[in-house]
Design a protein around this ligand. Structure first.
Ligand code: 1HN
Length: 354
């Protein structure tokens, strides 16, 4: 007999059962034994699917949106990356959101704040800025930028090139809890009250202000420049060792706590050096990847995705995964790992047992 893949196999349903269920439904009640296998899977069964957005294919749509609507009229001119396994939804995974945002030369996206937290991973452009609580930071390709929950933020592009970035937000989680609040800043653009680079210097070096006490889980640093991340990856590659699954993989941290940069979102950057062939691994946090540099392929379950710079792909919970770059490659990724860890349910096999 084949081993059952269900935790529980429900007995056959007779007309008597069905008649009972009908009367039960009128009582706003239901039999657990009909849905137990689905409610308590033996291993994760994510609805979200492996999917890749080829940047060369999606970019023309992003630019077309720039002809259709202004950043101001749209509030945020973003194309949502909707996972096809979650049809009609606005989710990239079961718990997270992703989008591609465009801001054209001369535009501003007005100041607002909301309870959902956001990260930006900059894809192209040079000279546009994001302002967070009175400090502007220039967005450069590969920069990792944060707007924590309930911080006022706006974007502006005084440069002469379009700027595009990937947004990552915890919208599905915040809305699951029915804790969504949002408001506009009184006035379109918040005043600049701090010098550019202040937060990084104050909190992101090897010094910390005396008696600084974090008031939230979110990081006080809101731009993690790529120039620095890249330098660290390079140096650590030279120093070794290389992880058999991840290459050189680092996580972004809140320097004040050593924890994740946002309460619900963890973010990572990894170097896959030329000649590396990663070993298969898996973890329970469905993850969104953005290719920062280089090209290669990743095997996700039964699917192989061939990727290059700026492509975005999703690895669902517990799918086996390995990466193989062609030449040096750098991958950025983010997931809900902090939430899973807080709940004590995060699991990883790296490498997977053979
Ligand atoms: C938002 O505020 C931004 O500030 C981007 O750039 C995407 C998606 C949903 C809700 C708010 C931004 C967003 C968003």
């Amino acid at each position: 007999m084949m081993k059952s893949t269900n935790f529980y196999n429900k007995p056959e349903t007779t007309p008597e059962f069905l008649e009972f269920y009908e009367r039960l439904a009128k009582m706003n009640a239901a039999p657990l034994w009909e849905s137990l296998a689905e409610l308590v899977p033996v291993t994760p069964k994510p609805r979200c699917m492996p999917v890749l957005w080829n940047y060369d294919e999606i970019r023309p749509f992003v630019m077309e949106s720039g002809k259709l609507i202004t950043a101001k009229d749209a509030e945020r001119r973003v194309l949502i990356l909707a996972n096809p396994g979650l049809r009609d939804s606005t989710q990239v995974t079961d718990s997270l959101y992703a989008g591609l945002q465009l801001i054209l030369p001369g535009e501003v996206a007005p100041t607002h704040r909301h309870t959902t937290s956001a990260l930006r991973f900059i894809i192209e452009g040079n000279g546009a800025y994001t302002a967070v609580e009175g400090e502007r930071t220039t967005m450069r390709p590969g920069d990792f930028i944060l707007t924590p929950s309930w911080t006022y933020h706006d974007h502006g592009n005084p440069s002469d090139t379009p700027t595009v970035w990937m947004d990552g937000l915890d919208i599905p989680l915040v809305n699951f809890f029915n804790t969504g609040f949002a408001e506009h800043y009184p006035g379109e653009v918040q005043p600049v009250t701090r010098t550019e680079g202040d937060a990084l210097m104050r909190y992101g070096g090897h010094l910390m202000p005396i008696e600084y006490k974090p008031s939230t889980l979110a990081t006080p640093v809101f731009n993690y420049p790529y120039s620095r991340s890249r330098e660290i990856l390079d140096q650590l590659y030279r120093n070794g060792p290389l992880h058999p699954c991840h290459g050189i993989k680092m996580q972004y941290i809140n320097p004040a706590t050593g924890g994740y940069p946002l309460p619900a979102i963890g973010a990572f950057i990894q170097l896959l050096p030329s000649g590396f062939r990663g070993t298969a691994h898996r973890s329970t946090d469905s993850t969104v990847y953005c290719v920062v540099e280089g090209r290669g392929r990743s095997q996700i379950g039964e699917k192989t995705f061939v990727w290059k710079e700026h492509d975005i792909f999703v690895v669902p919970s517990w799918y086996s995964l390995f990466h193989e770059p062609q030449g040096d490659a750098v991958l950025f990724s983010y997931s809900d790992r902090p939430v899973q860890k807080a709940l004590g349910i995060w699991r990883e096999q790296a490498p997977m047992p053979t």
